[in-house]
Design a protein around this ligand. Structure first.
Ligand code: NAP
Length: 283
C-alpha cells in the first residue's frame, strides 16, 4: 500500500490520515475535499501530504470516504468507477443501510468495505483532526462477506494497527442500534441546548451558571448540522422510534413530578445508575 486518498479531510478523515501516516511515514496521503481552504489547512497542519482530485483515484491503493452520508451515497459509485481493480475503498459514515444499498450492484462492490468507527468529537474540519483518536475504539464493519477476502485482510490489519477493536454487524442492525446510542443522544443535546437558550435569553447567565454537568450534557449540540441532517434523514424510521420511547420516558417523569411521587422518581434514577457499570472504562 503506497497511495492513500482521503475524501473529506475533516475530523474523521483527518484523524485517520494522521494515524495511518504514523504507521508508515513513506505512505503518500492525498486529500480530496470540496472545501479548498480545508485542503490548504490540512497541508499546513501536516494532516495530508498533497491535494488531489477524484480523477487521481486511478492511482489509489486505499480510498477513505469521510464526507456527509448523503454525499457518500451520491459519490460512492463514481469512486468505485475510478479506482483500479486492486484498490480498497472504505467509508466511515454514521449510517450504513443507504450507503451499502447505493453500491450493492456495482461491478466493483467487492472492492468496498462499509464501516463506522465509533470515535469522534463535536468539532469538525481538518483542525479538529487528532492523532490517536481511534485507539481502543470500536470499528463496526458491515456486510464484510461482500468484500474480497484479500481486501478484508488488508483493511482489518490497518484498523487493528491503529488500535481499533473490530465488530461485525449487518447494516440494518447497525442503523437500529446506533439510533439509540448515538443519534438520540445528539437530538437530546440539541433540544436541551435549544430549551435553555430560548428560556435564558441572557447568554452571560448561561455562561456564568453552566456547571460542568450542563456543559458535558449539551456538548454534542455543538456538532455540525451539515453532518447530522443527512444522518437523521437516512435513519429516519429508527430515529423516530427512539424519539417516541424517549418522549414517553420524559412524559412519565413529568407525570411523577406532578403527582409528587418522589419515591418513584428516586427509583427511576437509581435504576438508571446502572449505566455506570455499562459504560465503565469509556467515561
Ligand atoms: P467534517 O469534519 O465536517 O469533515 C467532512 C469534510 O468533507 C469537510 O471538509 C467538508 O467540507 C467535506 N465535504 C463535504 N461534502 C463533500 C463532498 N461532497 N465532496 C468532498 N468533500 C466534502 O465531518 P466528520 O465529522 O469528519 O464526518 C465525516 C463522516 O464521518 C460522516 O459521514 C460522519 O457520519 C462520519 N462520522 C463522524 C463522526 C463524528 O463524531 N463526527 C464519528 C464517526 C463517523 P465542508 O466543511 O466545507 O462541508
Amino acid at each position: 500500500m503506497k497511495n492513500i486518498y482521503v475524501l473529506g479531510i475533516g475530523l474523521i478523515g483527518g484523524s485517520l490520515a494522521l494515524d495511518i501516516k504514523k504507521l508508515d511515514e513513506t505512505l503518500n496521503i492525498y486529500g480530496i475535499d470540496k472545501n479548498e481552504s480545508h485542503l490548504d489547512d490540512a497541508i499546513s497542519l501536516g494532516v495530508i501530504d498533497k491535494k488531489a482530485s477524484l480523477d487521481d483515484l486511478a492511482n489509489a491503493d486505499l480510498v477513505i470516504v469521510s464526507i456527509p452520508v448523503d454525499a457518500t451515497v451520491k459519490l460512492l459509485p463514481t469512486i468505485l468507477d475510478k479506482i483500479p481493480d486492486t484498490a480498497l475503498v472504505v467509508d466511515v459514515g454514521s449510517t450504513k443501510v443507504d450507503i451499502c444499498k447505493a453500491v450493492e450492484n456495482h461491478p466493483k462492490r467487492r472492492n468496498f468495505l462499509a464501516m463506522h468507527p465509533i470515535a469522534g468529537t463535536e468539532h469538525s474540519g481538518p483542525s479538529a483532526a487528532i492523532g490517536g483518536l481511534f485507539l481502543g475504539k470500536t470499528n463496526i464493519i458491515c456486510e464484510v462477506e461482500k468484500t474480497t477476502f484479500k481486501l478484508q485482510e488488508k483493511a482489518l490489519k490497518l484498523f487493528v494497527d491503529i488500535g481499533m477493536r473490530i465488530r461485525y454487524m449487518n447494516a440494518e442492525a447497525h442503523d437500529k442500534h446506533i439510533a439509540y446510542v448515538s443519534h438520540l443522544s445528539h437530538i437530546s443535546a440539541f433540544m436541551l441546548g435549544k430549551t435553555v437558550i430560548e428560556k435564558e435569553k441572557n447568554e452571560r447567565d448561561i455562561f456564568d451558571m453552566a456547571g460542568s454537568g450542563f456543559a458535558s450534557t449539551v456538548r454534542l449540540a455543538k456538532s455540525s448540522p451539515a453532518m447530522w441532517t443527512p444522518i437523521f434523514k437516512q435513519n429516519k424510521t429508527n430515529v423516530i422510534e427512539t424519539l417516541e420511547e424517549y418522549i414517553l420516558n420524559l412524559t412519565h417523569f413529568k407525570a411523577l413530578m406532578q403527582q409528587d411521587d418522589f419515591e418513584a422518581i428516586y427509583g427511576e434514577m437509581e435504576s438508571t445508575n446502572h449505566i455506570k457499570d455499562i459504560l465503565n472504562g469509556i467515561v
